[in-house]
Design a protein around this ligand. Structure first.
Ligand SMILES: NC(=O)c1ccc[n+]([C@@H]2O[C@H](COP(=O)([O-])OP(=O)(O)OC[C@H]3O[C@@H](n4cnc5c(N)ncnc54)[C@H](OP(=O)(O)O)[C@@H]3O)[C@@H](O)[C@H]2O)c1
Length: 353
């Protein structure tokens, strides 16, 4: 079956962004002046990034070689008070914010206006850091090309497994190796549900409800439960590992919504645990050289490293020819954990400038 990826319910988040025009601002090239950082989004991740940019100002300035100045936080609802965010920085004019920045951080999510705002920054030669996996899964190659055309960069470590630095490992640390396969539990929300069923014996439907009540699932949990979130992440990993044009349409995707209590009982009777596994591997089937990508529930032996993932944990296993088996695990979601990866990308992007 070739699944048709559905779009996120929040994909269209506001009015269109005007086409980029030459502006009165230009990106700062004076390296003693503070680097002006625009933050698009002040929600779970954005508020954590804003707070940590303030708390770690000295440390970040030392690492970058110049101070970073948060010049604004674009949101929809400017009346809401946000923990750790200076109210004077809140704005609903994301376009003006982008036009006055040296570095743009997009953590609003959805496809629009995130994409147009990112394009607007890239066209000015301004580097962009984003945590937006769906946008990069759908538009990554075009955005990379635009960045290259304008001599700048696009960074998205936070988009895959938040704080766990899997993209850097695949892109940089293993750049001299040959990656054979990547597999993992990259969606903590579904893992929380499956773990409740497997270890606590909670009926599947109750586990989904409990996960929702505890904030592990969005109000509309489709993206997690149908494997769309995991599909976007494995596409980003596969593209980075093999440099091939893997798309969401290539993912053999099956979520967990069709599972029944009988499936879980059967798995337990066989000494196995059901997990939602995202995987990518190089294949020469049919004589070609291509990459296969899949997201599906798999019954794993109890002692499989992926079967050990508890609650909202994320785990990734990378098999490389010389490196052997690498296992990375940690917090794949959460404000501070995701902000950690965003800050790492900010430092990386700012150093280049
Ligand atoms: N949360 C995580 O653990 C996590 C982990 C990894 C990656 N991510 C990614 O990080 C991004 C942000 O996630 P989040 O959990 O922080 O989302 P969130 O809590 O829903 O925050 C989104 C923020 O963006 C603002 N926003 C949305 N549309 C906007 C628009 N059209 N104009 C101006 N502001 C707009 C919202 O404003 P209002 O507050 O006014 O509504 C809100 O402040 C997403 O791409 C997500 O996939 C999140």
């Amino acid at each position: 079956m070739t699944p048709t990826p559905t779009s996120h319910p929040d994909d269209d988040r506001s009015a269109p962004v005007p086409t980029p025009q030459p502006t009165s601002h230009t990106a700062t090239t004076d390296v003693s002046a503070p680097l002006r950082v625009a933050l698009l989004g002040g929600g779970t991740v954005g508020a954590a990034v804003a707070r940590l940019l303030g708390e770690r100002a000295e440390l970040l300035a030392a690492r970058v070689g110049r101070p970073l100045e948060l010049v604004g936080v674009a949101v929809r609802d400017t009346s809401r008070v946000r923990d750790g965010v200076d109210p004077a920085l809140i704005t609903d004019d994301a376009v003006a914010l982008v036009d006055g920045a040296d570095l743009v951080v997009e953590v609003m999510g959805g496809l629009e206006p995130a994409r147009s705002l990112i394009e607007r920054a890239l066209v000015r030669g301004v580097p962009v850091v984003t945590a937006n996996k769906q946008l990069i899964a759908q538009q990554g190659p075009e955005l990379h090309a635009l960045a290259a055309e304008h001599g700048t960069d696009l960074h998205y470590e936070a988009a895959v497994m938040a704080a766990v630095p899997v993209m850097a490992v695949v892109r940089e640390s293993l750049a001299g190796d040959e990656i054979a396969s990547i597999s993992g539990i990259v969606n903590g929300s579904t893992n929380y549900v499956l773990d409740l069923v497997a270890r606590k014996g909670v009926p599947f439907e109750d586990a989904v409800r409990q996960a929702g009540e505890l904030g592990y699932l969005e109000a509309d949990p489709t993206e997690d439960l149908e494997g769309l979130d995991a599909a976007a992440k494995i596409v980003l990993l596969a593209r980075t590992a093999w440099g091939l044009p893997v798309t969401l349409d290539d993912v053999q995707r099956q979520g967990i919504t069709h599972l029944t209590d009988t499936d879980f009982e059967q798995a337990a009777a066989n000494g196995t645990v059901i997990k939602l596994v995202a995987s990518a591997w190089r294949s020469s089937a049919g004589g070609g050289d291509r990459v296969e990508v899949a997201v599906r529930p798999v019954a794993l032996p109890q002692d499989d490293p992926l079967a050990q993932a508890r609650e909202g944990a994320n785990v990734l296993i990378v098999e490389a020819r010389s490196a052997g088996t690498l296992r990375l695990h940690g917090a794949g979601a959460g404000g501070d954990a995701t902000a950690s990866a965003v800050l790492g990308d900010i430092v990386r992007a700012a150093r280049v400038r």
